[in-house]
Write a protein that binds this ligand. Structure first.
Ligand code: GTP
Ligand code: SPV
Ligand code: MN
Length: 632
C-alpha cells in the first residue's frame, strides 16, 4: 500500500491514544494504519499517491500547488447534518416556542433541529454511527494525525488526534494545524495526556459500491458531523469538504472549543485577528466576527495602498480567535490555526493582492477552475487573467467562457495555504501570550438599513449587537437562496451549547472589575443601492477609512454622535479623501420604519428560538433600542 512506507511511530503513541486507535480500527477495519510524522517527505509521498490515484492534479504553473475537484454533492458545510450530542438536550439547544422542526429523514427520527443548532441523545447517536462506521475503511488506510491548535509554547494551546481515511485531509491538516511527531512528543511529556478524539471517514469502503465521482470519495446520503462534548469526541462521516472533515477547525476550535472556553473562563470565536498601525506608529489589535464568506480573510489582509498614508495592517488570523483576559485585565487573543482555508472567488489583485501572492506556492485548491496555461481561475479574476488568450476549464471540468450560465469556480471554492506564506503575517502571530485586543467588530451582509459603521454604547449593548447579527446567506453552507438569516456572533453554525448560556458567558466575562474592556463596533460593507443593486461602498482596501475611524475612537477622539442604534461618525469624521461618488447620507441613514421592523424581527427571533433561556439583559437592551427608535 503506497501510503504505508513506514509505521514506526505506532510505538510512540501514549497508551490512551493507542487504545483509541485500536478501538476505532476494530470498528472501521482499515487495511492499514499509518501514524503521521508531519515531515516534508511524508507530505510529498501522500501528494504523489493522491496524484497517481487522480484525487488531485498538480498545478502546471505554480510550485507545489495542487487542485482537487470534489464530487459536486460535497462542496460545503452541511449544517442540517451537524449535530451536538449530549445526555441533556437543554445543555445544547433551547426549546423553540413552536416546537422542533419535523424531521424528514426516517433514519434519524430523534434529532432535534433548531435555528440555533441540532441536538441528539448520545446513546442514540452512537448506534447510528456504529452502523455507518462498521467496516467503513475497508480497502483504505487509517491515518493517525496528532495535531495542536495554537502555538507549541503557548499554555492555552490544545491537542487533538484525528483518525481519517482521507489523504486529502492529512495534507490539509498539515497546512491548517501544527501536526505530526512533535505533537506526539508533547503528549508523551505528561502522565495521562488530554486530547480531543476525532474520527473521520469519507464513508466509501473499497471496492466501492457506486461510482466515485471525480475520484472524490464521499457519501452524501449518510453525511453526518457529530460532536460529543461530554466525551471530548468528534465523529464525522461521509464528507471530505474542509469544514466537515478537518476536525481541528470548526469542530474542535469552535464547537468543542467554545464549551471548554465556557468551562474555563475564556472565549472561542469565529473571528479574524489583525494588527493595525496608525500613521503615528501606534499599534493596536482588532478582532472581527463576520459570518462565513462575509469578509474576514479580506479584512485581515487589508492593503491600504496609501489610501490613508501611513496605515499598516498585519494579519494574526483570518477565521478563529481564542481569547482570554490576562492578569492586567487585557483581552488577549491567539489564532489556534496554522494556515488559511480561504474563499477563492472574489480574491483578485484589486481586492486582496496579499492573498493572491500567498497562494502561488505550497497551496491546495479545491473546486476552482483552471486556465489553459496552468493557472487557477475563479469569478473575480476577470481583470487579472487575459481571457482572450487562454481557455478556461470549469471546476466541473467543462469548457467555460465569459458569459457562461454557471460559474467557472464553485462559489465556495477554497485555497488552503500556510499562514507563514502571508507576506503581512504579524510578527506576534505565534506569540504564546497572544495579542492584546482593543476593538471587537461585528458585521454581516445587510443590503439595506444597517449603516456602514457604528459603535456600541457599552459591553451589554455590544453583546446585544453580537446576539442580533443578521446576514444574507452565502455558499459556505447548503443554503441556495439569498435570505437574511440571524447569525449571532457569526457563530450560528458553530454553537455547541445553549445560546442563552453562551450570551450569559459573554455578559459575565465582561463584568469582572478592573478589566480594560475592548470597545465594540458594527460594520456593514454590503449596503446596496435599491435601484441599481450596486454596492454603495467600495469595500476591500477602502475599508481602511473605517478602520481609521475605529482607531481614532479607541484613542477617545471626539468624532462620534449618539444615534438611537449607537454612536455614528460625526459628519466629516470619516476620511473620504480621493473617494468619488460616495453617498454618505445613504450609508448612514437610520430609518425609523426599518429599525422598528428590525426590533420586531429580533423580538420574534428571541421569543421563538431562545425563549426563557435569554438573559434578561438582552430583553432590556431590546426594549431600550425600541424606545430610542420610537423617538426618531
Ligand atoms: P469564511 O472563510 O467562510 O469564514 O469567510 P470570510 O469571512 O473569511 O470571507 P472572505 O474574506 O473570504 O470573503 C468572502 C467574500 O466576500 C469574497 O468573495 C470577498 O471577495 C467578498 N468580500 C470581502 N470583503 C468585501 C468587501 O469589503 N466588500 C465587498 N463587496 N465584498 C467583500
Ligand atoms: C466557514 O464556512 O466559515 C469557513 C470554511 O471558514 S469551513 O472551514 O469549511 O467551515
Ligand atoms: Mn469561517
Amino acid at each position: 500500500m503506497e501510503y504505508c512506507a513506514k509505521n514506526q511511530l505506532l510505538d510512540k503513541l501514549p497508551k490512551e491514544l493507542l487504545s483509541y486507535v485500536q478501538e476505532k480500527s476494530e470498528l472501521c477495519k482499515p487495511d492499514h494504519i499509518y501514524v503521521c510524522d508531519g515531515s516534508e517527505e511524508e507530505n510529498k509521498m501522500l501528494l504523489a499517491a493522491m496524484e497517481k490515484n487522480g484525487e488531485i492534479r498538480k498545478s502546471k504553473k505554480h510550485k507545489n500547488c495542487w487542485l482537487a475537484t470534489t464530487d459536486p454533492r460535497d462542496v460545503a458545510r452541511v449544517e442540517s447534518r451537524t449535530i451536538i450530542c449530549t445526555k441533556n438536550q437543554h445543555d445544547v439547544v433551547s426549546t423553540p416556542k413552536s416546537g422542533f422542526r419535523p424531521i424528514v429523514d426516517p433514519n434519524m427520527p430523534n434529532i432535534k433541529q433548531t435555528a440555533l443548532g441540532n441536538w441528539m441523545d448520545t446513546d442514540e447517536m452512537i448506534l447510528i454511527l456504529n452502523e455507518r462506521f462498521n467496516g467503513c475503511m475497508k480497502g483504505r488506510t487509517m491515518f493517525v494525525i496528532p495535531y495542536m491548535m495554537g502555538p507549541f509554547n503557548c499554555p492555552y494551546s490544545k491537542i487533538g488526534v484525528e483518525l481519517t481515511d482521507s489523504p486529502y485531509v492529512v495534507c490539509s491538516m498539515r497546512i491548517m494545524t501544527r501536526m505530526g511527531e512533535r505533537v506526539l512528543n508533547e503528549l508523551n511529556k505528561v502522565e495521562s495526556p488530554n486530547f480531543i478524539k476525532c474520527l473521520h471517514s469519507v464513508g466509501v469502503p473499497l471496492p466501492a459500491q457506486e461510482p466515485i465521482i471525480n475520484n472524490w470519495p464521499c457519501n452524501p446520503a449518510k453525511t453526518i458531523i457529530t460532536h460529543f462534548p461530554e466525551r471530548n469526541e468528534i465523529i464525522t462521516f461521509g464528507s471530505g469538504y474542509g469544514g466537515n472533515s478537518l476536525c481541528g477547525k470548526k469542530c474542535f476550535a469552535l464547537r468543542i472549543g467554545s464549551i471548554l472556553a465556557k468551562k474555563e473562563g475564556w472565549l472561542a470565536e469565529h473571528m479574524l485577528i489583525m494588527g493595525v498601525t496608525n500613521p503615528k506608529g501606534e499599534k493596536k489589535y482588532f478582532c472581527a466576527a463576520f459570518p462565513s464568506a462575509c469578509g474576514k480573510t479580506n479584512l485581515a489582509m487589508l492593503q491600504n495602498r496609501d489610501i490613508i498614508p501611513g496605515y499598516k495592517i498585519e494579519c494574526v488570523g483570518d477565521d478563529i480567535a481564542w481569547m482570554r483576559f490576562d492578569e492586567e485585565g487585557r483581552l488577549r487573543a491567539i489564532n489556534p490555526e496554522f494556515g488559511f482555508f480561504g474563499v477563492a472567488p472574489g480574491t483578485s489583485q484589486s481586492t486582496n493582492p496579499i492573498a493572491l501572492e500567498m497562494i502561488k506556492e505550497d497551496t491546495i485548491f479545491t473546486n476552482v477552475a483552471e486556465t489553459s496555461n496552468g493557472d487557477v481561475y475563479w469569478e473575480g479574476l476577470e481583470n487579472d487573467v487575459d481571457l482572450n488568450n487562454v481557455t478556461i476549464t470549469s471546476w466541473k471540468n467543462q469548457p467555460w467562457q465569459k458569459g457562461s450560465k454557471e460559474p467557472a469556480a464553485h462559489p465556495n471554492s477554497r485555497f488552503c495555504t500556510y499562514a507563514s506564506r502571508c507576506s503581512i503575517i504579524d510578527p506576534n502571530w505565534e506569540s504564546p501570550e497572544g495579542v492584546p485586543i482593543e476593538a471587537i467588530i461585528f458585521g454581516g451582509r445587510r443590503p439595506t438599513g444597517v449603516p456602514l459603521v457604528y459603535e456600541v454604547f457599552d459591553w451589554d449593548h455590544g453583546v446585544f449587537v453580537g446576539a442580533t447579527m443578521r446576514s444574507e446567506s452565502t455558499a459556505a453552507a447548503e443554503f441556495t437562496n439569498k435570505q437574511i438569516m440571524n447569525d449571532p456572533f457569526a457563530m450560528r453554525p458553530f454553537l455547541a451549547y445553549n445560546f442563552g448560556q453562551y450570551l450569559s458567558h459573554w455578559l459575565s466575562i465582561g463584568q469582572k472589575p478592573g478589566l480594560k474592556l475592548p470597545k465594540m463596533f458594527h460594520v456593514n460593507w454590503f449596503l446596496k443601492d435599491p435601484i441599481t443593486n450596486q454596492f454603495l461602498w467600495p469595500g476591500f482596501g477602502e475599508n481602511i477609512r473605517i478602520i481609521d475611524w475605529i482607531f481614532r475612537r479607541l484613542n477617545n477622539e471626539n468624532c462620534a454622535i449618539k444615534s438611537p442604534i449607537g454612536y455614528l461618525p460625526e459628519k466629516g469624521s470619516i476620511n473620504l479623501t480621493n473617494l468619488k461618488n460616495i453617498n454618505i447620507n445613504q450609508l448612514f441613514h437610520i430609518q425609523k420604519d426599518f429599525w422598528l421592523k428590525e426590533c420586531k424581527s429580533i423580538r420574534e427571533y428571541f421569543v421563538e428560538n431562545v425563549n426563557d433561556d435569554l438573559p434578561k439583559e438582552m430583553w432590556t437592551q431590546l426594549d431600550l433600542l425600541e424606545n430610542r427608535i420610537q423617538q426618531i
